[in-house]
Design a protein around this ligand. Structure first.
Ligand code: AKB
Length: 321
């Protein structure tokens, strides 16, 4: 893997994955692309290009012009926005994935890495310790698009010789770039509320348990699955990865241990609550541990300590007490 193109590079994950890939493979070898211009400063320090993944010719041209052998395909409309904007979500999530895969075959790429999500599961999936291979009947547009992405990734890997790999990411918590349009976004927004005002109003109910992961582990999962020895992999685009699992009230309690006056209130948003209720509580990631050695570093306490320290510094504020 020498030259890499990243789609959706301006988003929450892209803005941290691009610098990590540049540190590993050389800045000049990682091209950050997106459909917004300019891209955030986190990624614009190196090569950048405008690519709208819904246009096959733009994906194909960028792969050719940048002479890449690998694509990390991050561009995606997340769960909550996809429910409100089905046509755009279809275009980006289904057509965008298809365009990347077809351009991957046409240009004989070595690899496509396409993250999936816990959203690929649905209300009929066993929700506690969800097995890697189980019922997948999501009831959201985003979740259906992630099942499409997994199945197409597996198909291209086994039938067309394009190595497609992916992990099912849970909610990602980070302090550099805020997530937008997702159902798990509360787990980031709560830190902004805690540091700026000492309070937060949560759009999910207090006992909504969801799988979550701190950004350094998400970056490690994406890079490790890409670097794994292909001869040891039995799965391709559909690995469960787990790190921590908590409810809004448990996260609030962990923050309150560090910011004693912190207060949380609840104003449930029916759309996002319905999505969250259809997702698993916690994933069984034995398959990823066995096939490529997955092991997360951050649990709830380590994540909360690091978030408060780094986000507090970024916001230039001593935590509100
Ligand atoms: C979302 O909430 O939509 C995403 C996800 C879990 O894939 N963070």
């Amino acid at each position: 893997m020498k030259r890499i193109l990243v789609t959706g590079a301006g988003g929450q994950i892209g803005s941290e994955l691009v610098p990590a890939l540049r540190a590993r493979y050389g800045s000049e070898n990682v091209i950050a692309t997106g459909h917004v211009s300019p891209l955030p400063e986190e990624v614009s320090a190196g090569p950048c290009a405008y690519v709208d993944v819904t246009k096959y010719s733009q994906v194909d041209d960028a792969i050719k012009e940048c002479r890449v052998d690998t694509v990390f395909h991050l561009a995606s409309v997340l769960s909550a926005l996809a429910e409100r904007n089905r046509r755009d979500a279809y275009d980006v999530n289904f057509n965008g994935m298809n365009n990347v895969l077809e351009a991957g075959v046409a240009n004989r790429l070595d690899m496509v890495v396409a993250p999936s999500s816990i959203a690929a599961f649905g209300p009929e999936t066993p929700s506690d310790n969800t097995p890697n291979d189980t019922v997948q009947k999501p009831n959201t547009v985003y979740g259906i698009s992630k099942v499409f992405s997994e199945l197409m990734g597996n198909y291209y890997s086994t039938k067309l010789g394009l190595d497609v790999r992916g992990v099912r990411l849970p909610g990602i918590i980070s302090w550099k770039v805020e997530p937008t349009a997702g159902t798990t976004d509360y787990a980031v927004a709560i830190f902004y509320g805690a540091i700026r005002e000492g309070r937060y109003t949560c759009f999910l109910s207090p006992e909504t348990r969801l799988p979550m992961m701190y950004m350094p582990d998400a970056i490690s999962a994406l890079m490790s699955v890409a670097e794994a020895d292909g001869s040891l992999l039995k799965h391709h685009a559909d690995f469960n990865v787990n790190a921590m699992s908590f409810t809004p009230s448990e996260l609030a309690a962990a923050i309150r241990e560090r910011i004693p006056g912190f207060e949380i209130a609840y104003q449930v948003d029916e759309l996002r609550q319905g999505i969250a209720d259809s997702w698993p509580d916690k994933l069984d990631d034995t398959v990823a541990r066995e096939e490529w050695g997955w092991a997360p570093r951050y649990d709830l306490d380590a994540m909360v300590d690091d978030m408060l320290e780094n986000l507090g510094r970024k916001l230039g504020a001593a935590p509100a007490v």
